[in-house]
Design a protein around this ligand. Sequence first.
Ligand SMILES: Cc1cc2nc3c(=O)[nH]c(=O)nc-3n(C[C@H](O)[C@H](O)[C@H](O)COP(=O)(O)OP(=O)(O)OC[C@H]3O[C@@H](n4cnc5c(N)ncnc54)[C@H](O)[C@@H]3O)c2cc1C
Length: 407
Amino acid sequence: MAEWHDQADVVIVGGGMVGLTLASALKHSGLRVIVIERSEPSVRYSLGRDCRVSAIVYGNIQILQGLGAWSHLDAHAAPLQQMRVWDDQHAGGIRFDADEIGQPALGYLVENSRLQAALQLSLHDGDGVECWCPAEIEHVAWDADAVRLRLKDGRHIATPLIVGADGGRSWLREQAGIDCFQRDYAQKGIVATVRPQLPHRNIACQRFLPTGPLAMLPMTDNLCSIVWSNMNEQAEALMAMDDAAFLLALNNAFGPLLGEIVEAGERAAFPLKARLARHLVRPRLVLIGDAAHTVHPLAGLGVNLGIRDAMVLAQEIVDAQRFDEDWGDMTVLRRYMKQRLPDVLSVMGGMEAFHRLFTADIPGLHVLRGVGMRAVGNSGAIKQMLMRNSTGLSLPVPKQITVTRRG
Ligand SMILES: Cc1cc2nc3c(=O)[nH]c(=O)nc-3n(C[C@H](O)[C@H](O)[C@H](O)COP(=O)(O)OP(=O)(O)OC[C@H]3O[C@@H](n4cnc5c(N)ncnc54)[C@H](O)[C@@H]3O)c2cc1C
């Protein structure tokens, strides 16, 4: 029988944006939390920026402020004052303004690697959170009272709860034998940092083309981050182009709203899939972030959902600790699942409907789209509700998590 050298209260597999949010939320809980991250941070730069950028909605900025991560980020984050969405066939468009919901911004654009670094900085020595990186689990076994892990470097850990925050192709999910509902959009999202001729005025633009949406998102220093979804074949052709040809294609696709796009940095392409794990929880296992659900980047909500997963889970863990419950038990984990499923399903359902609405080639559909967009644009109440939901403002902001250790 193996000797179990180490004991942790929670083990988080994956130190991405979501895994680190959970770690940071648990830092004052008195629990011993170990984050196991496979790789050293690796950043793909595009015009000197991480080409992976996320729009973080305003509700989640408040969470990051509460965790002490935002102060390390705000100089590098660009506020999103307005969002303009329009249909390629000029059937209609809609604008969302931060003023309409009485907030300074709808959200902020941040580079993924900077957000990860800021969350790392929000963890202090002695907080009870340890990041083991690079480290990888070789073997995992579930017992009735604990999960037992053997790492590739020979270390052993036992824990009452293991959290899968290891991304869309989650290793832990696979080990647990959990498969996914999956939808392959047969599309790739091309990302790059670009420089427009005219000031972006902190306006995010999303243009729906017959092949998929093209988003132009404002960054600091008047740079923009593009997320350009294309059918696989077309995306590969765009990736193969030299810079001049790519810029020409991009300018043609986006149009003259920001003058000419004069420079584009290195590109990267990501396959677009929607996934939902068939089980978000199992005894002593919970999946969060992309390990649990992956959504089309159309509305920029993937990591936003993951941040909310992490905060709700942290709250359930510390509440269980306070009431002397076993936080790896299904009673506790089901409480987490019940809170998160409606949010996840409504975002996934909304993205699917949006995707179909804008890509289906049905005669007359563009007219309906236009009517719909104009109706939403003209109805203050519907528009406000949409904005409050998509910015996370309709959800309660999780409390600062501070609970003393039991016993
Ligand atoms: C083109 C594009 C644009 C997007 N834009 C937005 C946006 O604007 N807003 C938004 O909210 N979302 C956006 N998303 C979605 C967002 O990027 C993801 O939701 C987010 O990265 C998920 O974070 P995560 O921490 O769950 O997973 P990941 O970011 O995938 O992190 C997983 C971590 O786990 C580690 N790991 C993996 N396997 C193991 C293992 N076996 N052991 C240990 N560690 C492991 C990895 O190294 C990684 O650090 C976009 C996605 C795409 C593709």
